[in-house]
Design a protein around this ligand. Structure first.
Ligand code: PGA
Length: 256
């Protein structure tokens, strides 16, 4: 089955809404219509920028998918400071990152919380990008595969089985995020294939359509090699997505 690659820009806690629009316009200028033929591109600005980015995408008929970086699992209620999946859906958000390692490490999110968020995102007709990945210590002690398996099974536990076919998973080894150190393409391939098999064991056939991104210091110089791997269906890009030219070159990896 042909899986359309998904290249996602995770802007993290960067750019106010004016800066976000500037980046969006520069990025759109760097890309041509045919650049979107073979890949899907999603942009994940901070919450305060989502409405502005959505308005510009809409008005200029840009071909980006709108994304968010997180959401709460509940639709509404007394959750001061949180954003509901229903609010994101209303802004035409298509993809929501859940369980990013920064959320797991800095904001105490566990697999159960990530599972509830992923199910809520699907419940609002959006697609979750569920992040998993081992730490350096876990890799060095030979536990990477087991840790990732626990994360995948735990973080997908609340998703209806048929939804596994539409899911996006991002494999992001913690030691590769924001460090400039990328996993070798072979290591990325091995883990993405492992994840695909786990999804297949949860629902027969879902392994063929689930998309698995690699994330962690993806740059124009390593994207081609990573994307050449059979089980790598895209990239979740942090640092390099904040610069229009470098992100455009990542989106355009097929032209390299
Ligand atoms: P990075 O971040 O590309 O800056 O390593 C990736 C991510 O955290 O999604």
């Amino acid at each position: 089955m042909a899986r359309t690659p998904l290249i996602s820009g995770n802007w993290k806690m960067n750019l106010n809404h004016f800066e976000a629009i500037q980046l969006l316009q520069k990025l759109s200028y760097e890309l041509r219509d045919h650049d979107y033929d073979a890949v899907e591109v999603s942009l994940h600005p901070p919450y305060t920028d989502v409405r502005s980015v959505q308005t510009v995408i809409d008005a200029d008929r840009m071909q980006f998918q709108l994304g968010a970086q997180n959401c709460h699992a509940e639709v509404s209620g007394a959750f001061t400071g949180e954003i509901s999946p229903a609010m994101l859906a209303k802004l035409d958000v298509n993809y929501v990152i859940v369980g990013h390692s920064e959320r797991r490490a800095l904001f105490g999110e566990n697999n159960e919380m990530v599972a509830a968020k992923a199910a809520a995102v699907f419940g609002h007709e959006m697609t979750p990008i569920v992040c998993v990945g081992e730490s350096l210590e876990e890799r060095e002690s030979g536990q990477a595969e087991a840790i990732v398996e626990t994360q995948v099974r735990g973080s997908l536990a609340s998703i209806a089985a048929e939804k596994l076919e539409e899911l996006v998973i991002a494999y992001e080894p913690v030691w590769a995020i924001g460090t400039g150190v990328t996993a070798s393409s072979e290591d990325a391939q091995e883990m993405c294939s492992h994840i695909r098999n786990i999804v297949g064991s949860m629902r027969k056939g879902a392994q063929q359509s689930v998309r698995i991104q690699y994330g962690g210091s993806v740059k124009p110089s390593n994207v081609v090699e990573l994307m050449a791997m059979a089980d790598v269906d895209g990239a979740l890009v942090g640092g390099a997505s904040l610069e229009a030219e470098s992100f455009a070159r990542i989106v355009n990896y097929k032209a390299a």
